[in-house]
Design a protein around this ligand. Structure first.
Ligand code: ADP
Length: 158
């Protein structure tokens, strides 16, 4: 099975990395796909987000880290992927994720969306929480790898 794990990854957290490691064990190939979406006004450029993912997950043998824009389902077709992986943290993630999964199913019924539940210790973790804590001068050591923590501090000028 070739699966795509799409996201904004602005920046990748231990929650994302955990999903990447677990998903890579159950699929033949995992394509980690950074969404190039200007509407979201990300803190990091696509290149920076790709670099951070490469620095932290690049040595997993069956993953490819890349960027995409436009319709995910088109990107899936183009990449030969037959599954989309998404992480679920709380019930609050469910409604949106279910809606996206059903929409993607209508667009291409050959591609399945598979959900992996968060590890309990990362259930609270999101990229926006990490950015908020870092901006307020808090320690993000337990939330992101050091290379990402350093880049966050650089970005916010601390
Ligand atoms: P998006 O903007 O597509 O939601 P994110 O980078 O915020 O992009 O998240 C990508 C995926 O990773 C989503 O499926 C999200 O639910 C999942 N995810 C984010 N944080 C965690 C976490 N702490 N544990 C498990 N899954 C997570």
């Amino acid at each position: 099975m070739i699966a795509i794990y799409p996201g904004t990854f602005d920046p990748a957290t231990y929650g994302h990395i955990d999903i990447i490691m677990r998903a890579s064990k159950v699929v033949d190939k995992l394509i980690v796909a950074v969404l190039n979406n200007s509407a979201k006004q990300p803190m990091f450029t696509v290149d920076e987000r790709l670099q951070m993912l490469n620095e932290t997950c690049g040595d997993i043998s069956n993953i490819e880290i890349t960027a995409f824009s436009g319709l995910l389902i088109e990107f899936a077709k183009h990449s030969g992927a037959n599954a989309i992986i998404r992480g679920l943290r709380a019930v609050s993630d469910f409604e949106y994720e279910f809606q996206m999964a059903l929409t993607n199913k209508i667009l291409n019924e050959e591609v399945e969306t598979l959900f992996i539940s968060t590890s309990a210790r990362y259930a609270y973790l999101s990229s926006s929480i990490v950015k908020e804590v870092a901006a307020l001068g808090g320690c993000v050591e337990s939330m992101v790898p050091a290379v990402i923590g350093d880049r966050l501090l650089q970005k916010i000028g601390k």
